[in-house]
Design a protein around this ligand. Sequence first.
Ligand code: NAD
Ligand code: DAU
Length: 336
Amino acid sequence: AEEYKNIIVTGGCGFIGSNFVHYVVKNHPETHVTVLDKLTYAGNPANIEGLPKDRVELVVGDICDSELLDRIVPGHDAIVHYAAESHNDNSIANPDPFVQTNIVGTYRLLEAVRKYDVRYHHVSTDEVYGDLALDEPRRFRPDDPYKPSSPYSSSKASSDLLVRAWTRTYGLRTTISNCSNNYGPYQHVEKFIPRQITNIIDGVRPKLYGDGKNVRDWIHTEDHSSGVWDILTKGRMGETYLIGADGERSNIDVLRAILERMGRDADDFDWVRDRPGHDRRYAIDNTKLVEELGWKPRHTNFSEGLDQTIAWYREHEDWWRPAKEATEAKYAKQGQ
Ligand code: NAD
Ligand code: DAU
């Protein structure tokens, strides 16, 4: 396995990026992390507070800023790129920052990677493959055609295609991972699981889109981190790996599990307006990652993971409270 001593983690103050920074600090003491983050509404420096100063440095800035990249990329041996606009509902309301950050931002990073010859790992989503029918036996595989549905997923798909083309044309050392739905600590209250947990804490009824039968393939964010690390250090250059932990569940099942675990009636929620273009089902076939790199998820008990996540939000009200009101006001305007 390749050793990387000085890595840049873009978006390291967001949900999954900050969990990855914690994972590296805990498991790979030889690696120093420079976090590059713009601190948008979704970025919170508190997510990486308390980590040793000699292991983690925060640079506040935009991945679209090529002069900034010229200053910080030299001296690093790898970039792990998490920074993105990440929320589908926001992308439907205003796609502009999605095109800017997800597409132009990735382009600027690739140009810096080309100029300074650093290893690059691109973090992406299973949504690039579109959706599956509920009764379809098929799951997503790395070579499936791209068929994104939303402004968010099409901007991520575009960024993946830039990576593939820059790799082939300029011979960059890159890998891509497409992961399924993450859950765990530090997830923004706009996302499904934290939104419902914090609604219940606030005595507000959870909100379920459409008929509630849409399926997501849930993975604990720490398992996503170990997958990215394995691909960064052992993956074959130019390859795409899918990260998923066989966690398919319908939204209504997840919501009822949260309600029951928080001592509420299983029907104590509201049906709300469906998301336009709402993908029906995602499902990952992780064979390549498991067989080639020997990766294994550790958090395979979803109920246990959910209990830990509920406990985390109960214990960290100071962390999520400041974002809650504005998030719900935005949803209320959309009838959601
Ligand atoms: P998030 O919205 O919680 O965090 C995004 C972070 O990126 C924030 O800290 C934000 O400040 C930063 N950022 C945004 N624009 C930036 C810019 N122009 N320059 C620098 N920093 C900027 O997102 P997340 O849910 O943690 O997702 C992280 C990555 O993982 C994204 O690339 C996303 O597409 C991908 N992903 C997410 C999931 C999921 O379930 N959430 C699943 C698969 C893949
Ligand atoms: O599949 C990976 C993707 O997972 C990532 O690429 C995205 O960054 C991440 O946000 C997530 O996308 P989803 O759209 O699947 O996640 P979200 O949490 O927004 O919604 C999950 C499901 O729950 C989806 O079917 C919509 C539904 N939903 C969501 C909210 C916020 C509700 O029913 N009610 C809600 O209040």
